[in-house]
Design a binder for this molecule. Structure first.
Ligand code: TXA
Ligand code: MG
Length: 320
């Protein structure tokens, strides 16, 4: 395919996605973090379908994806200075802000909560879809509830093969894990879900604008739906923090000696690791392996590893 043909293919996929969203359907959409399962925020039917086909509990609210800060402001009741500063710095990008919702936002999206999670995605296709549709879309990650998020179009097609969900192919996701989720109440900030935008970076940006905000880390489950077990691959994941040999770990966990184990090497660069993490977990699950083994070492020290650790921690069936 030459460049022009590629562009035409993308255009027709984007147009098709917009048509389907207008017709109360759900669509797989690439974002820079992970692929989302999108529904127009004004289609109760499509919003219902998102929960139904993901098998997602109705207590877990959806993130709304908007084209810019002006559109974001129109969907919330308050826009504190903290939100202003952080959105100016980090949007478009992998940061979700949770703020008191405006009345036009359906309770289905927020799971009955008075607040709304909102972000401006960076992926050009996601942005184009919002513009062409003429309104924002709500989208959780496009995986079955509790399972690994998709970072390629084929992951979404595989996950929803029975439902034949249409997916816009935007290539591999650049970030690879889900956005940082921040709840903002005046100058009180809570990190509901860690991501590749770290607490340290958020603190620095606010400080540079003269805001000394209090930032709290949430305990395990503050974000509804961000459960203790989540992101689970189809085969059990063993998470080991230490230097026991794999043989010793197998012994301790009574894992049959003939089991096939996929050893996932995290490497030294957290951004590279995040980008390929979920694809590796899926590939290992889809091949002949029985277990995935991940070793956490001193190399994974920098704060950019925190979100990766959070996901592995929740994906693990065994920890030692
Ligand atoms: O990177 C991402 O955030 C991806 C892409 C598609 O944008 N989306 C994503 O959505 O990860 P989901 O639904 O898989 O995770 C959204 C998280 C959930 O843990 C949810 O509880 C939290 O954000 N969340 C959304 N709205 C919220 C709200 N109003 N209050 C508290 N937490 C909220
Ligand atoms: Mg998810």
């Amino acid at each position: 395919m030459n460049g022009l043909e590629i562009k035409l293919t993308y255009w027709s996929e984007i147009n098709r996605a917009v048509e389907l969203l207008r017709a109360d359907e759900v669509v797989g959409v690439p974002t820079e973090t992970v692929y989302g399962l999108a529904a127009s925020i004004f289609s109760e039917k499509a919003l219902d379908k998102v929960f139904r086909i993901k098998n997602r509990p109705y207590f877990d609210p959806l993130i709304v994806h908007v084209k810019d800060r002006v559109q974001a402001k129109s969907l919330v009741k308050e826009w504190p200075e903290v939100a202003n500063v952080l959105s100016l710095h980090f949007w478009p990008g992998p940061l979700t802000l949770v703020l008191p919702k405006a009345d036009i936002i359906s309770d289905k999206i927020t799971a009955g909560l008075p607040s709304l999670g909102i972000r401006v995605p960076k992926h050009p296709f996601a942005r184009r879809i919002i513009r062409e549709l003429g309104n924002p879309f709500a989208a959780p990650s496009a995986n079955l509830f509790g399972k690994t998020s998709p970072t390629r179009a084929e992951h979404v097609r595989e996950e929803f093969s029975k439902q034949r969900v249409f997916v816009v192919d935007g290539g591999d996701c650049e970030i690879g894990i889900e956005s940082t989720v921040l709840q903002i109440q005046d100058e009180n900030i809570q990190i509901l879900r860690p991501g590749m935008i770290t607490e340290e970076e958020i603190r620095t940006v606010l400080k540079n604008s003269g805001i000394e905000a209090e930032i709290h880390k949430s305990e395990s489950q503050a974000s509804p739906g961000h459960l203790k077990t989540h992101y689970q691959p189809r085969i059990p994941l063993i998470f080991h923090e230490g230097d026991l040999s794999l043989e010793r770990v197998k012994d301790l966990l009574h894992i049959p000696p003939q089991s096939q184990i996929f050893e996932l090497n995290l490497g030294e660069d957290p951004f590279e690791c995040a980008r390929s993490l979920y694809a590796h977990l899926r590939e290992a699950s889809n091949s002949h392996y029985d277990y995935i083994f991940v070793r956490w070492t001193k190399l994974q020290k920098h704060s950019h590893w925190d979100a990766i650790r959070d996901r592995l921690d929740r994906a693990a069936s065994f920890k030692l």
